[in-house]
Design a binder for this molecule. Structure first.
Ligand code: HEC
Ligand code: HEC
Ligand code: HEC
Ligand code: HEC
Ligand code: HEC
Ligand code: HEC
Ligand code: HEC
Ligand code: HEC
Length: 416
């Protein structure tokens, strides 16, 4: 730590101690608590379950402006900045990880978001139910931006309010409300793996690793992996694989039809969706290998990760064929309505299910569901998902797409 940083940390610590001191001096239970024991008894109970109830009161997070049923709208709602005052290290780690960037992929593609019901996006019943991440400005919560629905903050995603418990956040169940289902079934994969079985059959012994052991080693709050959700990286030394990837990048709208970077690449960079240098990819992989080596040999770990990488390559091969098939239909005018003029002649994978034909629907499923399952399960040691819900489905879908393409061309009077 540099001298300046040391002074800064000391100051922050002193501010925090002072803040806690002021709060401790308050009468308890506070006036807020006394009234809320009748209004919202469950919240008061949870608050008193947590360690923070020993050192602070409701006003630390909600302010003092609301004091009765008549001025409820004045109650402040906390953001990451509220916690930062007393937990600067955790917040710093968190802000350097992927979670804090979770809102970007939704807001950066307004074409998609605007086609959804407000309740689905702003109302957090759909995408934003999981992606409402990274808001740090407390004033935003009562402003226009949050007019539709002003709730939702990050830290309670693993430490649920109002207990804010470390024990709770350490359980793998803390991740499963978001890391589940269609395109990111990590919970199901882990739970059914040897790792999950070894963990849940004897939680005390903690033999099998949890999500937190592998993704938050030493409690570090900045989550990030080498491959990321899209399982893309640059540069790529494997020429054959790079060929498949270029096709995928065109269908993601990151490269144009001539292979030149587009404006979307800036979004991808800003949201840190892809590791764009060898060093950044290697650093994340090395961190993961070090985790495996707490329990396995280095060779065992490397072999396993390498084979999981190879499943990405195998699925990229099929996905790129499927993309080319649809691109052919675009080019030949068989599919007339395009998902995105800018990606022409490629379909735009980031329009998700907002497509116009069955064959594009199938491409979306192959990309979001089957490809994800193929490789995510390979990393989470779940061969059932890799095989039957992943790779086999990709093969099946490609056959179906070829048949659809043939029929579409026949109907248009063209040879396939
Ligand atoms: C005299 C009773 C009373 C007192 C005192 C009181 N509250 Fe409330 N509070 C309420 C009522 C009533 C509501 C609204 C509940 C509802 O939406 O039905 C409320 C709502 C809230 C909300 C939720 C706001 C929202 O947008 O959903 C928060 C947060 C809150 N109070 C915190 C506090 C804090 C902090 C204090 C002390 C500074 C406090 N309350 C004091 C009665 C009280
Ligand atoms: C005014 C200072 C202050 C604020 C604001 C604050 N905390 Fe704390 N927090 C503390 C202190 C002090 C402790 C240590 C309590 C102890 O160990 O007895 C603590 C402990 C915790 C713990 C560990 C509890 C455990 O089970 O060991 C968590 C988790 C936590 N805080 C989360 C949060 C979150 C999330 C926010 C924002 C919504 C927040 N805190 C806001 C002061 C604060
Ligand atoms: C159930 C919770 C949940 C819902 C609902 C959800 N997502 Fe996600 N999303 C996640 C998780 C978890 C990840 C990270 C998954 C991973 O890396 O495997 C993610 C990742 C993403 C990514 C990749 C971000 C990156 O930086 O790599 C995009 C883009 C995305 N989601 C878009 C959407 C859109 C659009 C919707 C609504 C149609 C949506 N999500 C709905 C949980 C959700
Ligand atoms: C460490 C920070 C912290 C403290 C202390 C705290 N809260 Fe909260 N409270 C939160 C967070 C975080 C939310 C969720 C905000 C959101 O989703 O935007 C919340 C939301 C609420 C809500 C509205 C949401 C709901 O579930 O109804 C009420 C009411 C509330 N708090 C009351 C209280 C009361 C009463 C106390 C004291 C007994 C208290 N809070 C203490 C962090 C805190
Ligand atoms: C993805 C899940 C997750 C989220 C989101 C999360 N935490 Fe944690 N937190 C954990 C885990 C796991 C631990 C236990 C770490 C350990 O000790 O191994 C923890 C521990 C803590 C502790 C107690 C350890 C300590 O530092 O003394 C605090 C305080 C804390 N978190 C604050 C926060 C704050 C503030 C936020 C929001 C910026 C936050 N957490 C968001 C999972 C999470
Ligand atoms: C509120 C929902 C939610 C919870 C709970 C949650 N996550 Fe996430 N997680 C997300 C979203 C959304 C993303 C994608 C963020 C983005 O777009 O940058 C993500 C991304 C990640 C990534 C980064 C993947 C990549 O792209 O490299 C990891 C690792 C991760 N989460 C692990 C965890 C772990 C471990 C837990 C539990 C301790 C957890 N998450 C809890 C929603 C959640
Ligand atoms: C044994 C360690 C281990 C455990 C336990 C584990 N993961 Fe992973 N996870 C990995 C590895 C390895 C990767 C791929 C890393 C890379 O890209 O190099 C990964 C990748 C991810 C990703 C990025 C997308 C993907 O799936 O490849 C997310 C998100 C994620 N894990 C979440 C979770 C969640 C949530 C849990 C618990 C339900 C969990 N992981 C349990 C090792 C683990
Ligand atoms: C906390 C200890 C721990 C960590 C960390 C850990 N594992 Fe495991 N692993 C186990 C245990 C225990 C088993 C179950 C042993 C068995 O199958 O007999 C297991 C089983 C496995 C298996 C399936 C059984 C086999 O022998 O084929 C694979 C593959 C595996 N681990 C790979 C990994 C990889 C890769 C990592 C890092 C990303 C990792 N593990 C991290 C403890 C751990």
């Amino acid at each position: 730590m540099k001298k300046g940083e040391l002074w800064l940390s000391l100051l922050i610590c002193m501010a925090c101690i002072a803040a806690v001191g002021v709060l401790q001096a308050q009468a308890r239970p506070s006036a807020c608590e006394t009234c809320h024991a009748k209004i919202t008894p469950g919240i008061v109970k949870d608050f008193n379950r947590g360690k923070m109830s020993k050192v602070l009161t409701c006003i630390a997070c909600h302010g003092k402006s609301h004091v009765s049923e008549k001025d409820v709208a004045k109650a402040k709602l906390p953001t990451i900045s509220t916690c930062k005052k007393c937990h600067p290290e955790r917040v710093k780690e968190y802000m350097g990880g992927k979670h804090a960037l979770g809102l970007l992929p939704i807001t950066a593609f307004p074409g998609f978001a605007h086609q959804q019901p407000q309740a689905f996006i702003a109302g957090q019943k759909g995408c934003n139910g999981c992606h409402n991440l990274g808001v740090t400005d407390e004033s935003v919560l009562n402003s226009k931006v949050r007019k539709y629905y002003r709730y939702g903050m990050d830290c309670q995603n693993c430490h649920t309010r109002h207990a804010f418990s470390k024990e709770e956040a350490l359980q793998p169940e803390a991740c499963n409300s978001c890391h589940t289902g269609f395109d990111h079934a990590q919970w199901e994969m882990w739970f059914h793996s040897k790792h999950g079985a070894a963990y849940v059959t004897d939680r005390k012994a903690h033999r099998g690793p949890t999500c937190q052991d592998c993704h938050m080693p030493d409690g570090k709050h900045g989550v990030m992996t080498a491959w990321g959700f899209l399982a893309l990286r640059l540069p790529e030394a494997d020429k054959e694989w790079m060929g498949y990837r270029v096709t995928i990048l065109k269908a993601l709208g990151v490269l144009d039809a001539n292979g030149k970077p587009t404006k979307r690449l800036d979004v991808v960079k800003k949201a840190n969706m892809v590791r764009l240098t060898k060093a950044s990819w290697d650093a994340q992989r090395a961190k993961m290998e070090a985790v495996c080596q707490k329990c396995h040999s280095a060779t065992f770990a490397k072999e396993n990760l390498k084979n999981a990488d190879q499943m990405i390559k195998a699925s990229d091969k099929i996905l790129s064929q499927a993309i080319d098939l649809v691109a052919g239909l675009y080019k030949d005018g068989i599919i007339k309505k395009k998902t995105n003029q800018a990606t022409f002649p490629y379909p735009d994978l980031l329009t998700f299910y907002e497509v116009n034909t069955t064959i594009e629907q199938k491409l979306y499923e192959m990309f979001m569901d089957y490809r994800m399952k193929t490789y995510q399960a390979a990393f989470h040691i779940m061969p059932d998902y890799t095989t039957w819900y992943g790779y086999a489905k990709m093969k099946q879908t490609l056959v179906e797409m070829k048949e659809l393409a043939r029929n579409m061309r026949a109907a248009a009077g063209q040879k396939s």
